[in-house]
Design a protein around this ligand. Sequence first.
Ligand code: HCA
Ligand code: CU
Length: 382
Amino acid sequence: VGSFQVIESTLREGEQFANAFFTTEKKIEIAKALDDFGVDYIELTSPVASEQSRADCEAICKLGLKAKILTHIRCHMDDAKVAVETGVDGVDVVIGTSSFLRQYSHGKDMNYISKQAVEVIEFVKSKGLEIRFSSEDSFRSDLVDLLNIYKTVDKIGVNRIGIADTVGCANPRQVYELVRTLKSVISSSTEIECHFHNDTGCAIANAYTALEGGAKLIDTSVLGIGERNGITPLGALMARMIVSAPEYVKNKYKLHKIRDIENLVADAVQVNIPFNNPITGFCAFTHKAGIHAKAILANPSTYEIINPNDFGLTRYIHFANRLTGWNAIKSRVDQLNLHLTDAQCKEVTAKIKKLGDIRPLNIDDVDSIIKDFHQEVNTPAV
Ligand code: HCA
Ligand code: CU
């Protein structure tokens, strides 16, 4: 897995998050931040969703960002006609292909879907715009139906073909297989884009196996916000990919901006950054157990697969607890600019652990124990 691209959908899928309401100014701020971070595409809510959505789409197109701007529409000429007038670089078209969606959502059969897709695609292309065709609920669609429609749209020519795990049911192996199969039936110039919901917690793993299978683009949103519990989070994808393709990721994306971007979006939708979030969760680079702390102090890679410095962050050794060890305490002693021998560090560590067995400790507790001990050992006996 080498190069990949990000279709950032905070301003489309993310708007479908329960708490989301983005003002025009906020959308512009988010779009600029994502552009600066280095995403390849920014996907916006359909201009037919509401009058303001259309105006905002036009406003973002006028910003002159490096990222290509896309809007996301139903596979329908009414939508396509409005979309192509907004100033976007491309249009993402989607239609439900599973029997659930055909029956309970739009009520159309595969023949009809095919005809409609061809018409919309030809139209968008005639305007000189990029086009992506995606099937909603791909993993619960009939494979033969799915491949047929993809082959049809591939024949007339599209920039990207999308797979969407709309309900978050897919597992990594299924993703890998579907991407491989799809790759074998479409032309090599057509890129595969994937969209994964996180209902069963597989959105990051699925994104990764999609890339392994030969997909090129992943849909993300900041913090994963979206319909229900959302999709592949931008930050978590970076965490996954910096391990798999370090040079590519470090050269392409301004990783140290990820925290600001997450804070921006978290504020906008009134949520906290999850404590266990990859990279930016408050304890993502906190080491606690004595054995871990010792090794981290000697060589951080012992217990860190991601270097926090790559994201402009620092690691933290949690020494104020009963699991602590003397190496961690020694490092705290050094930080306090005090001098104790190794034997004395072990002695004071024992005192800290003893108190830590009785109640939770904070840094102040530990510092006072260290300072008292330091005073004691340095006071000449009378
Ligand atoms: C939705 C649509 C979508 C579209 C994904 C795509 C999905 O249900 O709101 O365009 O590829 O999850 O199917 O977000
Ligand atoms: Cu979605």
